[in-house]
Ligand binder design. Sequence first.
Ligand code: AG3
Length: 274
Amino acid sequence: MLEVWFTEQQAASVRLGLRVDAILAKEKTPYQELVVADTAAYGRMLVLDGAVQTTMTDEFVYHEMLTHVPLTIHPNPRQVAIIGGGDGGAVREVLKHASVDAVHLIEIDQRVVEIARHYFPALSESLSHRKAHVHFTDGIQWIRQVRNLDVVMVDSTDPVGPAVGLFQPEFYRSVAEALGPEGVMVAQSESPFLQPNVIQTVVRGMRTAFPVVRLYLAAVPTYPSGLWSFTLGAKHSLPGSIDAKRAVTPTRYWTPAVHAAAFVLPRFVEDLLA
Ligand code: AG3
């Protein structure tokens, strides 16, 4: 029997293999190479430049933890921006917060949104919501000319290709200026096992722009090593606990208790931040 396998080269000597039932799309966009495939283990998958971005089976972990953590830390999030995230999964989660008036998605690659609208309706339907505004432009430029955002989330690819600038200290300082006085930002910051240097770069860069910088973790099985990090920057100290009245529904991973636990770091991760 013929078996087709997708392989991601996650690090110089680590690969992820997923058996593929069908390849649905494969194209070179002006920014990157894009693949959509149905995998046997994790369902439909979006791949950019060889790196798994989303699978339908584990996307909830990543999208819930990227969004609900900063949105419940902010006392009253109304204006939200997502840099990247063209699949729409993060927008879907943001819209679960009744306080949000507008969520702006800043995606450099229009083809990612078009492909998501076709192959990932459960994620991309959110982009048609009346509160959702999609901008096809460079997030680094866009963020420089906005003010008074409440929460900014960086839902980027790895720090290669189009996303490099989203890992620079200058970008975090632009985000801080674009945020209101209670503003919170979060950026996906890779794996403490396979990209510890990326975590250090993000944390150091964010510390130049925010007085409070905290790392938190979640388990995303299709991302390198399965243990994924997010770095949060805030202009104020974080609330001691999440107000039960702010509970978000429905969720499958995020709960107020998971939120609190995610900031408790294993010692080797604490050591990375020293
Ligand atoms: N963005 C984070 C993907 C990073 C995964 N890296 C990798 N597979 N090497 C996900 C975008 C989903 N909205």
